[in-house]
Design a protein around this ligand. Structure first.
Ligand SMILES: Cc1cc2nc3c(=O)[nH]c(=O)nc-3n(C[C@H](O)[C@H](O)[C@H](O)COP(=O)(O)OP(=O)(O)OC[C@H]3O[C@@H](n4cnc5c(N)ncnc54)[C@H](O)[C@@H]3O)c2cc1C
Length: 348
């Protein structure tokens, strides 16, 4: 029965009115924190300041004291720590249950989770039972004048950028793509409160067990300082790119064309429907520079483009451009880096 039907004028404040604080999930595995957690704390700090709210980090795991301290240095006002062996190694049901219980008890206004395998795996276990609005794969965040979260993400295959709002339920949840925000440097003088919360998960009631772990040996291009990216211009011959990557101690990345053609695995795709990267050096080999590609690499520190078409759009985004056939230029660059050729000659 509704308040109007009971005539109860002194009704309890709604979930939306009660909700406060911006929460960021800090993802830790065996001592390593996923960089997206720090990116989200930086962005969460901005949102919390706009809203006049506290920024709260939630760390779940075993032996996560260092991650909790770093969360304060990275901008959190408070850290909630659920520290228990039941959380190591990661399983969706203990994480989901612990997160959900805390959300139901404390009702955050916003909850941000990195769009990693882990984040995407358990976020639904929080959002569905709490009726929270969950936007996946978010690439931009803001708040409007009413304090509502504006979560933006590519939609309809990336043709439009949709803004998703959740006016009636809290928290407003988002899984956010790694690499789209820059993490601020930690401030070791920052102070904040660390609160240890009770573990609500009972191992005996946990449905899943980890029998075996298979970890891919593909390096994550998001973490690489240097990338050599291959595009349609390679025609599928990645030899010169691999040679240049080795000389530069770089990882291989790719445009969607190279992935769609099956020349390289999808985990290496850069762009709107791939990954967002910010390496120190990005070398684009035979990549045209379509907007969907540029969106994923435009924040690279130094961009070098090699393309045989002087009008290729990639040159508008490059710090250094070489107009030429990549099959000639890339091996010469590699040789010069290995000290086998004169750098001046390479550029002639
Ligand atoms: C919804 C949507 C989402 C998308 N998401 C992504 C995404 O995430 N990432 C992405 O990359 N793309 C994405 N795309 C595709 C994008 O629009 C382009 O089609 C794609 O980036 C083209 O890849 P490319 O530039 O490598 O290949 P091409 O368009 O084939 O360009 C090849 C380039 O290589 C040059 N070239 C050819 N031969 C040589 C040579 N021998 N030496 C030097 N240069 C040479 C050519 O001049 C040309 O500029 C998306 C498209 C859509 C519609």
């Amino acid at each position: 029965m509704t308040d109007a039907e009971t005539g109860d004028a002194e009704s309890a404040p709604s979930e939306v009115d009660r909700a406060s604080d911006v929460w960021v999930f800090v993802e830790e595995h065996a001592g390593d924190v996923m960089p997206v957690s720090w990116e989200l704390l930086t962005e969460g700090r901005r949102l919390a300041d706009d809203l006049g709210d506290d920024l709260v980090a939630l760390v779940i795991g075993e032996g996560v004291g260092d991650a909790a301290d770093e969360a304060i240095a990275r901008g959190a006002d408070r850290v909630l720590v659920a520290d228990d062996p039941v959380f190591e190694p990661y399983r969706a049901d203990p994480y989901g249950t612990q997160f959900r219980e805390l959300v139901e008890e404390r009702v955050p206004s916003i909850a941000l989770i990195g769009g990693t395998h882990t984040g995407r795996d358990f976020a639904g276990r929080v959002a569905v039972p709490t009726h929270a609005g969950l936007t996946a794969d978010v690439t931009e965040l803001d708040v409007d004048e009413d304090g509502q979260l504006l979560a933006r993400r590519p939609a309809f295959g990336g043709d439009v950028l949709a803004t998703i709002v959740c006016p009636e339920h809290r928290p407003q949840m988002a899984t956010v793509r790694a690499g789209v925000f820059e993490a601020a440097e930690p401030d070791l003088d920052r102070e904040g409160d660390v609160e240890r919360v009770d573990t609500v998960v009972d191992e005996a009631e946990t449905l899943t067990d980890v029998l075996e772990r298979n970890v891919s040996d593909t390096a994550d291009i998001i973490d690489a300082d240097r990338l050599v990216a291959v595009g349609g211009g390679t025609g599928g011959d990645l030899g010169p790119a691999a040679e240049l990557a080795e000389a530069l101690d770089a990882e291989l990345a790719a445009s969607r064309k190279a992935v769609d053609e099956g020349w390289i695995e999808g985990a290496r795709q850069v762009g709107q429907t791939g990954k967002t990267v910010r390496p120190e050096l990005y070398v684009a080999l035979g990549i045209s520079g379509a907007v969907q590609h540029v969106e994923g690499m435009n924040d690279s520190e130094v961009v070098v483009a090699i393309n045989d078409d002087p009008n290729a759009p990639i040159f508008e985004h490059a710090d250094y451009g070489i107009v030429g056939d990549l099959f000639e230029v890339a091996p010469r660059l590699a040789a010069s880096l290995e000290g086998e050729a004169d750098p001046e000659e390479v550029l002639q």
